[in-house]
Design a protein around this ligand. Structure first.
Ligand code: HPA
Length: 234
């Protein structure tokens, strides 16, 4: 048991999927895992462990934003021995060719700041995905027939953004999409020698202002779970 995860030692699998929303963790566990057991309810940040194709998997909510994800990822890695951590979540499209419903696999995650910023001081650390997971996820997405983009994303600290100039620079430099968690997950994985990836679906678009209709969200989320699980055990 840790401060934020009420699981017992051994309750958490080496492979952990991390959606932002705890109810998405519940849905994914009920939909994709066999014999799923709830292993965390602290603060309502639900976590479940079960099996997928006989592999043990935990699906643990991360909350929104890097400070929240950092708490769960730190405890999963340092106290529960998680080896492979895959964020599954939504992002805002930033390029014309990146459409609503498309899958974005984050090769790198640029950011203004992460909870780890203090370590690096003047150094601009480049958080990046695990290559094995990334290439396996790209193959899985192709098999699924999902329109997929692989490249850099931007992990922001704010959803309601007062700095359009930053988005402009991200767009200019080919950044595919914005979300709020991946850079810290990648940084922690690098620090502790673990594997990490963010599998994202474009839920809204910063340029066209389109948004994914509510009825399409479940299908998109299911595709991400399938891509993440296939990549984890490829
Ligand atoms: N901004 C930040 N995070 C997000 C967005 C966005 O537009 N969409 C989904 N996650």
């Amino acid at each position: 048991m840790t401060i934020h995860i009420g699981a017992n030692p051994g309750d958490i699998a080496e492979t952990v999927l991390m959606p932002g929303d705890p109810y998405r963790a519940k849905w994914a566990a009920e939909t994709f895992l066999k014999d799923a057991v709830c292993v965390n309810q602290v603060r309502g940040m639900l976590g479940f462990t079960g099996t997928w194709n006989s592999h043990r998997v935990t699906i643990q909510g991360s909350g929104m934003g890097m400070p929240s994800l950092s708490i769960y990822a730190n405890e999963l890695i340092r106290d529960f021995g998680a080896q492979t951590l895959i964020r599954i979540g939504s992002c805002g499209g930033m390029q014309d060719h990146v459409g609503i419903r498309d899958v974005v696999l984050a090769m790198t995650a640029s950011t203004v700041s992460t909870p780890s910023r203090g370590i690096f001081r003047e150094l601009s650390f480049a958080p990046c995905a695990d290559w094995g997971l990334l290439s396996a996820a790209a193959a899985a997405a192709q098999t699924l027939g999902a329109k997929t983009h692989v490249g850099g994303i931007y992990s922001s600290d704010v959803f309601y953004d007062e700095r359009p100039d930053l988005n402009e620079q991200m767009e200019r430099h080919g950044i595919l999409a914005v979300e709020m968690e991946a850079a810290e997950l990648y940084t922690l994985a690098a620090r502790y020698g673990r594997r990490a990836l963010a599998v994202l679906t474009v839920s809204d678009h910063l340029k066209t202002h389109e948004a994914l209709p509510a009825e399409d969200r479940e299908k998109s989320f299911g595709d991400m779970v399938e891509i993440a699980l296939t990549a984890a055990f490829a």
